[in-house]
Ligand binder design. Sequence first.
Ligand code: NDP
Length: 285
Amino acid sequence: GVNLQIINGREVSNNIREDLQIKINELKEKGIVPGLSVIIVGENPASQSYVRSKDKACKKLGMKSEVHSLDKDVSESELLDLIEKLNNDDTIHGILVQLPLPAHIDEKKVIEKISIEKDVDGFHPINAGKLLVGEDTFIPCTPHGIIKLIESNDIDVEGKRVVVLGRSNIVGKPISLLLLQKNATVTICHSRTKNLKEITKEADILVAAIGKANFVKRDMVKKGATVIDVGINRVDGKLAGDVDFEDVKETVGHITPVPGGVGPMTITMLIYNTVKSAMKVKGGK
Ligand code: NDP
């Protein structure tokens, strides 16, 4: 079979965090402490766990980190007022609203309330538009993390056939744009795609971001392909990706494991964006 290479997201993530630590220390010497504010509404256990991890990671690097936990019944206007306050708070360089939000709150309104200068998730339509036209912006964290994994493992993108499974604004669309910018030939698949298997089998690089445990099987991948598994699914209390790792491992070339692949990169790139925002602050000591 092919010599399987497992892409180590924890290692790549740690290396980037070491570089960020240096930048954070330099900023602090100038009197600027990079600050992230995370808003969470309600008690979704997965969301709570993500928010705790983000808070912990920021604090470990000596950043300012604050979490605003709002009741599930909080009104939309109260949430918008809090964002307004944080937009005007000079100690906060990044604002993130943990999704999903309860049904009575308009997600679009909330995202559009965040200052584009503090939108470290990169979900504001202006920042998403900048990504589309290739302007400097906050790149969404998970897709940005995938690019870093690909680069640090010397995986060639130029001229390659890339297939992205999933077209969400959070993962599928932005990773497709980023790989297009790196001169790949990109095909995006979704739930209405016909003959999916025939398309995925053509991929030199296959990105799976659909949220269906172990969906990608051996007969869907090309021999020696790079497979990026973005999925985080819970099956019988255990984490599973969107790719059936055991089934494809004899066929593929590179693969990201779940856990330990894409997952660890997301928070690292969130910190990256917050530090990037703090570096734009004029003045300091
Ligand atoms: P969404 O649910 O927003 O989007 C899923 C996409 O997959 C949709 O475009 C949908 O198509 C498509 N899809 C669903 N079923 C199929 C199918 N059978 N065949 C082809 N396409 C299909 O998910 P996200 O993009 O937010 O997340 C995807 C996965 O990545 C989830 O498991 C999530 O937990 C994980 N994730 C992991 C992160 C990390 O840090 N590692 C961060 C963010 C997400 P359609 O548009 O037609 O409905």
